[in-house]
Design a protein around this ligand. Structure first.
Ligand SMILES: Cc1ncc(COP(=O)(O)O)c(C=O)c1O
Length: 399
């Protein structure tokens, strides 16, 4: 075997479909403008007062040393204050809050910190790709928990076999969910805490979309449920809530003993988030607590959701409106695989959507549409899809 052969672990990272989509997009863009509703990267800048806080902070001469991977005391204290304000959850800023370079950072390293070969991790299917990726990178074993429409896209904990539950180290959950955009009631989190206690399984909840919700809905924290902090942790991020995806800042909160091994990994692989970015994040949470976030990210996405769904309904594609996230999880017409359908939408309508199967086998039958364009562009995308005829075409022979 060639010494230049990359590690076999990389074979399990699911970037292939995203790369293929990007290549096909480039080819399609030669003939027409392509509307990209693929990747969920916020298209808006952070609020001006947050940019001002960043500018002030970069002018401080003491902002340029190694920050320390746990995050500044100011940052951790502000996260604790915001969790109290937003969720009524009390956190010790010293032991129960740790900064991250994006929640991706924490999610990617958590399995490395906690699993050995032979350990099992319960992962939602479909799921955000790094969940499964992190388990493969750590050399642990993955057990998919199907998220199906008939179950409100919540995993059926009673369907997890006893021997799997016994070997499972932790479970990953994500509500509001990417890609299926479902939300979870607190009663489900209560059930999770009971299950976790019974089987001695840790719970990792990804709350990246806590502030991106519609129609007055306020997503809860997993840690609101009594007993949750004994079994779990939660990742939260500034990327979506404050349009700071490029700043790379997030945090993990919850059980100190569960956070500690992750902190050990991180103190070896990085030196923390740039101090000026932490100051910007402090301002984001502080001003949010003080009510200075009037045009929160939810309002913008809600307007986009409504524009897209009514335009798609007008061309015959009825989709249940999501209550949160920047995604629409759209069931595709009979007779297509999600991959074929997504490629047809690109080639015949010039619109990029992601096949559901990119997120796991249970994503088959759906495509994910990201609300990352203004309403008029989303309406145009819907019209193009309608007039391309892809919604009417029946079964297509496999390529
Ligand atoms: C569910 C979910 N978790 C985590 C992330 C990563 O976010 P961050 O920018 O905080 O790394 C994303 C980004 O799209 C996401 O959708």
């Amino acid at each position: 075997m060639s010494p230049r052969q990359p590690s076999k672990r990389l074979n399990h990272l699911s970037s292939a479909i995203f790369t293929e989509m990007a290549q096909r997009k480039q080819a399609a863009a030669k003939n027409r403008t392509v509307i990209d509703l693929g990747i969920g990267s916020p298209d808006q800048p952070p609020a001006p007062h947050l940019v001002e806080a960043l500018v002030r902070a970069v002018q401080q001469p003491d902002a340029y040393g190694y920050p320390g991977s746990e995050g500044s005391r100011r940052f951790r204290e502000e996260v604790a204050r915001w969790y109290q304000y937003r969720f009524n959850v009390t956190l010790d800023p010293e032991a129960e809050v740790h900064s991250l370079m994006g929640s991706q950072d924490g999610l990617a390293h958590f399995a490395l910190a906690w699993t050995d070969p032979g350990d099992v991790v319960l992962v939602p299917d479909p799921g955000y790709p790094i969940y499964a990726g992190s388990v493969h990178l750590a050399g642990a074993e993955l057990y998919p928990m199907p998220l199906r429409a008939e179950n409100g896209f919540l995993p059926d904990l009673t369907a997890i076999p006893e021997d799997i539950a016994r070997r499972a180290k932790f479970m990953i959950l994500n509500y509001p969910n990417n890609p299926v955009s479902a939300v979870a009631p607190l009663s489900f989190f209560e059930e999770v805490v009971r299950f976790a206690r019974e089987h001695d399984i840790m719970v990792v909840h990804d709350l990246a979309y806590s502030e991106m919700a519609f129609d007055g809905y306020r997503p809860p924290s997993f840690l609101e449920v009594p007993g949750a902090k004994e079994v779990g942790i939660e990742f939260n991020s500034f990327s979506k809530s404050f349009n700071m995806a490029g700043c790379r800042i997030a945090y993990v909160v919850g059980n100190a003993e569960i956070i500690r091994p992750l902190a050990v990994v991180k103190s070896n692989v990085d030196y923390g988030v740039f101090t000026a970015v932490q100051e910007m994040a402090v301002e984001a949470l502080r001003s949010d607590r003080e009510g200075n976030n009037p045009n929160g990210v939810g309002a913008l996405c809600q307007e986009r959701r409504d524009a897209l769904l009514s335009a798609l309904a007008a061309v015959g594609w009825d989709i249940v409106p999501p209550k949160a996230t920047m995604f629409v999880w759209a069931p595709i017409p009979e007779g297509w695989t999600s991959r074929e359908f997504a490629f047809a939408v690109l080639e015949e309508a010039g619109v990029v959507v992601i096949p559901g199967s990119a997120f796991g086998a249970e994503g088959e039958g759906y495509v994910r549409i990201a609300l990352v364009q203004p309403p008029e562009v989303l309406r145009e995308a819907a019209e193009r899809i309608g007039s391309s005829g892809v919604l009417k075409k029946g079964r297509r022979l496999a390529e």
